[in-house]
Design a protein around this ligand. Structure first.
Ligand code: SAH
Length: 348
């Protein structure tokens, strides 16, 4: 398709767009006008940019795409959570998932960073489906814009917890954050953005040195190398000791608390011994533990811990001075757990 060979205009941050416009013989201040149409007005075509000349609109149309998606499916939960399956409309049928969650402090979008995932976590629905490619930064942004348009709301928080490993698509994720942060772009501050990683140690160091104010979430799920490697093959490359060392460096550099994700699976990582091991590992660290009842995936070997065990686990951590909370399960009636919708559609 010819249209898809055009560059996505949403891949450029504001400075890059100014340069790009200069390169096609236009005035750089046009970039701010275009930014406003893209991110404040959320238009779907260059033709709607009515303060630009018809000639410029035509030129933009000829040279760039505006990166729209098609909503392939949408599910709405009783609790207000909306889950979207987007077709990114490139040459293949590429599907990604994004979720809109409503909290008392505003709306949160959970976005995907890749089409598929290479990490192979054994409890995750994105595993076992062929990896496609990295998402471009404009495609990361587009998820937010499509949700805002469809739901008629303004997103105030973003979590990189959809499909993919954000630190495995580091450059595009960082570039998308520039546009998300820019007051002339989506105007969402770094403190309202969380990046979740399975533990790509070298990238955690890189992120620490970047000094951006995003929250880092680390998917830990076990504090025992044998168990963690079974759940997360990445642990064979970057074992717990190295991961924690990198996390301590991150905390020291940024002075920010790390959020450790811990999905509790019955008779696997949810007994008191596991809680003790975890408390020993995180003792003295500026950390928070987010306990998640694991979502059972189709044919998956892990099942959810009982509520009683989850509460015991949390209480033990709290008694050891570690802040731990149980994540509220949103959208469980619409399969809002990682990758589930895409997996279902690809199997049809
Ligand atoms: N690759 C990144 C971000 C995407 S996954 C990461 O690993 O952090 C987002 C979060 O959902 C991670 O904490 C991941 O471990 C968790 N997750 C994936 N599948 C899950 C499941 N079936 N049940 C509970 N949590 C799950």
């Amino acid at each position: 398709m010819e249209g898809n060979l055009k560059k996505n205009i949403k891949n450029f941050d504001l400075d890059e767009l100014k340069e790009e416009l200069k390169s096609i013989g236009e005035k750089p201040f046009r970039a701010e006008q275009i930014f406003s149409w893209l991110y404040k007005e959320n238009v779907s075509s260059f033709n709607e940019m009515t303060n630009l000349s018809l000639d410029l609109r035509k030129k933009l149309e000829e040279n760039y795409s505006i990166g729209s998606f098609k909503i392939e499916r949408k599910f709405e939960s009783k609790d207000g959570t909306k889950k979207y399956l987007f077709n990114v409309l490139d040459e293949e049928e590429n599907l990604i998932e994004s979720v809109l969650m409503s909290y008392h402090h505003g709306y949160t979008a959970c976005v995907s960073s890749q089409i598929g995932c290479k990490m192979g976590c054994t409890f995750c629905a994105s595993t076992g489906i062929k990896f496609g490619r990295n998402l471009e930064s404009g495609e990361i942004i587009q998820q937010i814009l499509e949700i805002e348009k469809d739901a008629g709301i303004k997103i105030s928080n973003i979590v990189f917890m959809g499909i993919g490993e954000p630190l495995d698509n580091y450059d595009n994720v960082m570039n998308s954050i520039k546009i998300i942060n820019n007051p002339k772009g989506l105007n969402i501050g770094a403190r309202h953005i969380s990046i979740s990683t399975s533990g790509l140690v070298p990238k955690i160091y890189e992120l620490a040195d970047k000094h951006i104010q995003c929250t880092l979430s680390v998917s830990l799920h076990s504090s025992n190398n044998k168990k963690r490697s079974e759940m997360m093959p990445v642990n064979k490359v970057y074992p717990i000791e190295e991961l924690i060392k990198a996390c301590k460096y991150y905390i020291e550099k940024t002075n920010k608390r790390i959020s450790f994700e811990y999905a509790l699976a019955k008779d696997n990582n949810d007994n008191l011994e596991d809680a003790k091991e975890l408390a020993n590992l995180l003792s003295g660290m500026l950390a928070h533990v987010n306990l998640i009842p694991i979502n059972k995936i189709e044919d998956g070997k892990y099942t959810k811990s009982s509520n009683e065990n989850i509460i015991k686990f949390r209480d033990y951590l709290n008694s050891r001075g570690i802040v731990a909370t149980i994540r509220r399960e949103l959208g469980s009636d619409i399969n809002a757990a990682c990758g589930q919708l895409r997996r279902q559609k690809l199997k049809e």
